[in-house]
Every structure is written in structure tokens, then in C-alpha cells.
Design a protein. Structure first.
Length: 155
């Protein structure tokens, strides 16, 4: 009976707990849970094509750069338009017209920048969806790629 309590073996033959890990006849939860997690992780791990993941990451990065370039160009255009509108407004002699022109310039700028932010947000959301789909075709989830990257960095 002491022998049976000193070593628990799973049906795959992997020892879950040794005599030193036993406490009151039961294995420590931490060590056995850790080993079970490692077994489950090994079973979940699908074969991964590095080139497939590289292509998906490359597409994501290129698309992100394109989206950011479009955002920056849109904001630059809005700033240029605001500068031109403010310059024209300040040239007015009528104070009421000047105040209205400055107000319209500010509103037009805010509207244009908000549109660019919304477009960038939509582009990023589409990138995440596309990236997840492409990684699934590679046999990997986005979460697993991030966790593997973190674990490789920690090593």
C-alpha cells in the first residue's frame, strides 16, 4: 500500500508524483496540475509551418503600416485645411464672420480627425480578424503565437 501511495502513474506511464511530493497520501496539487497542463499542451500543439506564420505576420505588418500611412495622410490633410481656413478667417475684418469662420475651421478639423481615427480603428479590427483567420489556416491561434513568443523571449 505504501508503494502504491508513493507513486501515481497515469495511463500513459507518466509519473505524476513521487514519494517526496506526497503529502498525506495525495500528490501535491501544484506539481501534478503542472504536469497535466504540460501533457494537455503537448496534445494541443499542432504542427506549425513557420513560413505560414511568417507570411501571416508579414501581411499584418504591411497592412498596419498601410493603415497608419492612410491615417497620417488624412490628419496631415486636415491640418493643412485647418491652417488654410484659419489664415483666411484671420484675414476677415468683420469680427462675427471671423469668429464663425474660426469655429467652422475647428469643427471641420475635428470631424476629419475623428473620421481618420474611426477608419484606423476599423482597419485594425479587420487586421486582427484577418490575422486570426490566417493563423488558423497555419494550425495556430493568435493567442498561442503570442504566448509562444513570450515564452521564447523569457528563455
Amino acid at each position: 500500500m505504501a508503494i502504491a501511495a508513493s507513486l501515481l502513474v497515469t495511463n500513459t506511464g507518466v509519473a505524476l508524483a513521487k514519494n517526496s511530493e506526497m503529502e498525506h497520501g495525495f500528490p501535491e496539487k501544484e506539481s501534478s496540475a503542472k504536469e497535466m497542463h504540460q501533457l494537455k499542451r503537448a496534445e494541443r500543439k499542432a504542427p506549425l509551418t513557420t513560413q505560414c506564420v511568417f507570411n501571416a505576420l508579414d501581411k499584418r505588418d504591411v497592412s498596419t503600416i498601410t493603415a497608419l500611412d492612410a491615417y497620417n495622410a488624412g490628419v496631415r490633410t486636415a491640418l493643412t485645411a485647418r491652417k488654410t481656413a484659419i489664415t483666411a478667417a484671420l484675414a476677415l475684418t468683420d469680427e462675427t464672420a471671423k469668429k464663425d469662420a474660426l469655429k467652422k475651421a475647428g469643427e471641420a478639423y475635428r470631424t476629419a480627425v475623428k473620421k481618420q481615427k474611426d477608419d484606423l480603428k476599423a482597419a485594425r479590427k479587420a487586421l486582427v480578424t484577418t490575422m486570426s483567420t490566417e493563423l488558423k489556416t497555419c494550425g495556430e491561434s493568435n493567442t498561442n503565437v503570442r504566448s509562444r513568443a513570450r515564452s521564447e523571449i523569457e528563455l
